[in-house]
Design a protein around this ligand. Structure first.
Ligand code: C2E
Ligand code: CA
Ligand code: CA
Length: 626
């Protein structure tokens, strides 16, 4: 007789797995749902297997039709499990265009299997000792299972890069265990091993990938950041729109201890998970993300949450006061993918949320997309070495020669056209790419000075622009000092331009850097003077040698009598403080003469030349500096 105790054990085990999977709150991602179906169908199959054994044993006292139906039902359940395994394997392809085809193909194939097994004849064998079924229906079942298996292997080979490795391993482990059991059972008919193998394989899948705890953030009890990504990917794949709320919490208490931190996370997570119409995820650090089906729900929860956080959170030793900033995305269709949503979030957070609520609307997305494009443009220009430096000559009113030049960055397009810095510098400042870009410019200038004897050309130094982000870098002076040495350039041949903004935003580090630079022998200019509205005394206290009057000053000087008076006095004042003055944006002969008679030390502008490539610049200087 067949030995059934192992089989009963397997049934109990599968029931346990079903219990574990349904007990915890779950995101019900497609993968989870299919796995759950595999569990249910396995249970049905195990019971049907048992049913068919008893039906065959007692077939003498049962109607023939009934015995055959039970046996066929068991066969169908096997095809169903094989089909589910196939669907389970391909769920990771859901971002991909032909996914629907693979999915519905797998489903219709199953219907075909049911039809065949239902219509074809089946035979049974029982001699009191051995027991099995055979015939066309059984053969068909094998064929269908093998077809599913072949499809799985093919899919796994073709799309392995898109598939979750763990899912692949677990589903093939399941099938592998089943196959071994089938072979053993084939030669030892009395050993009912397939049931045991089913339970074992399902447990492997559970342990490898399907444990609902994998999606839970341990600290807060909310879903994890990884779960957020998968959840959103699936919503996008299903074309379901949603609303998202990102919450960044900061404690007003100076520093939170580990315990307090935990209490904060748990109490906010508990508060948020009360709402059944949303899913709550813990992003990195003190950040939560909540996904809603409807926009109204988002605003309801947001209002409640603001109320909740307005009171301090009580701990055993005191209380935590929390400030929150909200990033609201009312409509997910502004993004094309989950990845887009993450990019929006990082970009907006990196800008530092200025107000309590920032809404990601069409306008924001447009700006973000533009910035993203520029970021890519800069990245590619750097990688493909399409960053160039143009030079604009600066005229000395005392020597009547071009005594210096300003280095200005350009990006060269592959078609030979150029992109002006106005287009990409502001974004590069935000993204921090300016630091890398600035170093490239500095190197190119050093290279230029090394290769051309600028002294012999009649020039003293080249001016290089420094951005705020560079001034904030503590190792800037050190890094640039090293580059100077590398190219063997005298520090006196470089002059660095800083702006008022840099001196405000990076004050401490900037002063330290300037100090460092000056010790090495590098001098400074204050750029764009006259554009801000900051304290003159403060600006004047910066250790600079040259003040560059912004071109707007040049403009104003010639249209406005009062401005003229102010500029005259400012030139005097700056010079009396021992600094020299550059007038920028001089475009006409009249402007040149007026500024020369005013005693402005240097003139820069289109009147003499636009910024030009290195070679044209050398020609220009040779022609004009004899
Ligand atoms: P900036 O430092 O004030 O540079 C002077 C800008 O005025 C240059 O624009 C120059 O072409 C333009 N200009 C010069 N003479 C005249 C004139 O007579 N009339 C008019 N209308 N414009 C004139 P450019 O090269 O497009 O650079 C724009 C800004 O980009 C620069 O302003 C600077 O803030 C930034 N920039 C350029 N190169 C670099 C760089 O290597 N690093 C950093 N951090 N910023 C740079
Ligand atoms: Ca400048
Ligand atoms: Ca300027």
């Amino acid at each position: 007789m067949v030995e059934l105790s192992i089989h009963y054990g397997a049934i109990v085990q599968v029931i346990f797995l079903i219990y574990f999977c349904s007990r915890k709150s779950s995101l019900r991602l497609r993968g989870n749902v299919v796995y759950f179906r595999i569990l249910i169908f396995s249970l049905i199959s195990l019971i049907a297997d048992l049913g068919s054994i008893y039906a065959i044993i007692y077939s003498d006292s049962l109607p023939e039709f009934f015995v055959m139906a039970v046996c066929k039902f068991y066969l169908i359940s096997l095809i169903l499990i094989a089909g589910m395994c196939y669907l389970y394997l391909i769920v990771d392809l859901n971002q991909w265009g032909s996914y629907q085809l693979l999915w519905w193909g797998g489903n219709s194939f199953f219907v075909l299997g049911v039809l065949f097994v239902g219509l074809l004849p089946i035979k049974k064998f029982f001699d009191g000792k051995q027991l099995y079924t055979y015939g066309p229906a059984v053969l068909t079942t094998y064929v269908f299972c093998v077809c599913y298996f072949i499809a799985m292997v093919a899919a796994a080979i073709a799309y392995r890069k898109r598939m979750n490795r763990r899912r692949m391993v677990s589903v093939f482990a399941f099938i592998g265990v089943m196959m071994v059991a089938v072979v053993i059972q084939f030669f030892n008919n009395y050993l009912l091993l397939v049931g045991f193998a089913t339970a074992l394989g399902l447990t492997v899948m559970f342990a490898e990938i399907e444990n609902p705890d994998f999606y839970i953030d341990r600290e807060s009890g909310a879903f994890s950041a990884h779960a957020l990504m998968e959840f959103m990917e699936e919503l996008f794949a299903k074309n379901k729109t949603f609303s998202g709320l990102n919450i960044t919490l900061t404690a007003e208490n100076e520093l939170l201890g580990r315990e307090e931190q935990k209490i904060l996370l748990i109490s906010v997570a508990d508060f948020l998970t009360k709402y059944k119409k949303s899913r709550v995820f813990r992003n990195v650090g003190n950040e939560f993300a909540v996904i809603f089906e409807k926009e109204e729900d988002l605003y309801d929860v947001l209002a409640d949450l603001e109320g909740f956080l307005s009171a301090p959170i009580q701990t055993e030793t005191g209380e935590i006061r929390v400030r929150a900033k909200y990033l609201i995305m009312p409509d997910s269709s502004l993004a094309r993918s989950a990845n887009d949503v993450f990019i929006f979030r990082s970009f907006l957070l990196s800008l530092g949320l200025e107000s309590e609520r920032v809404v990601v609307d069409e306008e924001t997305v447009k700006t973000l997309k533009r910035k993203e494009e520029i970021r890519t443009l800069v990245r590619e220009a750097i990688d493909e070495e399409r960053v160039a430096v143009y030079y604009q000559p600066i005229y000395s009113t005392q020597t009547h020669k071009f005594s210096s030049a300003e280095a200005l960055v350009r990006i060269l397009n592959s078609d030979g056209s150029i992109i002006s810095p106005g287009h990409f510098i502001p974004v590069a400042e935000e993204t921090g790419q300016i630091v890398e870009l600035g170093e490239i410019v500095f190197r190119k200038v050093c290279q230029f000075i090394k290769e051309h004897d600028i002294k012999a050309m009649g020039m003293e130094y080249i001016e290089v622009n420094l951005s705020v982000a560079q001034c904030e870098k503590e190792t800037l002076a050190e890094d640039f000092g090293r580059i100077l040495k590398e190219y063997d350039v005298e520090p006196g041949q470089i002059n660095l331009e800083i702006t008022e903004t840099a001196s405000m935003e990076a004050k401490e580090v900037l002063l330290q850097n300037m100090h460092d630079f000056m010790e090495r022998g590098i001098k400074f200019s204050l750029d764009d003077f006259g554009t801000g509205q900051s304290n003159l005394n403060y600006i004047m206290s910066m250790p600079v040698d040259i003040v560059k009057f912004d071109y707007s000053i040049t403009r104003d000087y010639f249209v406005n009598a009062r401005a003229k008076y102010v500029v005259e006095n400012m030139v005097n004042m700056v010079q009396q403080m021992g600094m020299e003055v550059v007038a920028e944006g001089v475009e006409t002969k009249e402007q040149l003469e007026e500024f020369s008679s005013l005693g402005v030390d240097f003139i820069q502008g289109y009147y003499f030349s636009r910024p030009i490539p290195q070679d044209s610049f050398c020609d220009f200087i040779r022609e004009n500096n004899q």
